[in-house]
Design a protein around this ligand. Sequence first.
Ligand code: ZN
Length: 194
Amino acid sequence: MTILSFTEKNQLTQDDIAEACNVTRQAVSKWENGNGFPEVSLLLPLCNELEITVNELLSGERVSEEDYLKKAEENMVNLVREAQESKKKIILSAMAAGLTIIAAVPLFLLSGMLAMENWMRILLIIIGLVVICGGIVIACILDRDAGAYECPDCKNRFVPDMKSYIMGPHTITKRKLVCPNCGAYKYCKKVLTK
Ligand SMILES: [Zn+2]
């Protein structure tokens, strides 16, 4: 989405919009560049300020009356699709983690229970560890890729790079990350859309 054309037409500056929406100028700049999307609660104040409808904001252009329904339906379908794809990736990620454990545990059990040479025991344990590492990597790649994280301070939504994703302490729904917009290092909520 880009709101640039709307701000130009209404001769609004980034500061005007930032003030109306109670966000930083950097957040507005990201919206303008299409690098981020305002939080749901900001959509109405933003559209009021720009004197457009949410439908037009999502479409990125003025929508004529006859196209209005068609555009609205397109936008709805796109939003639902994005959320569904994120969910799918999260489920896949959980499945990868689960399958990994199912695959690796028997290897550890066998290495502990059966009579065998020590080198075979060690080999089984190593294979088990490799399977687990591979599974975790796949689960992380899928999960990082799904949706985005939302900064609790400035509501900026972003996808962290792999390093900060892996290093960040986390709960099931939150991960501690540095917000690229305001620089806060906080627990950011996982959200399904960017
Ligand atoms: Zn922030």
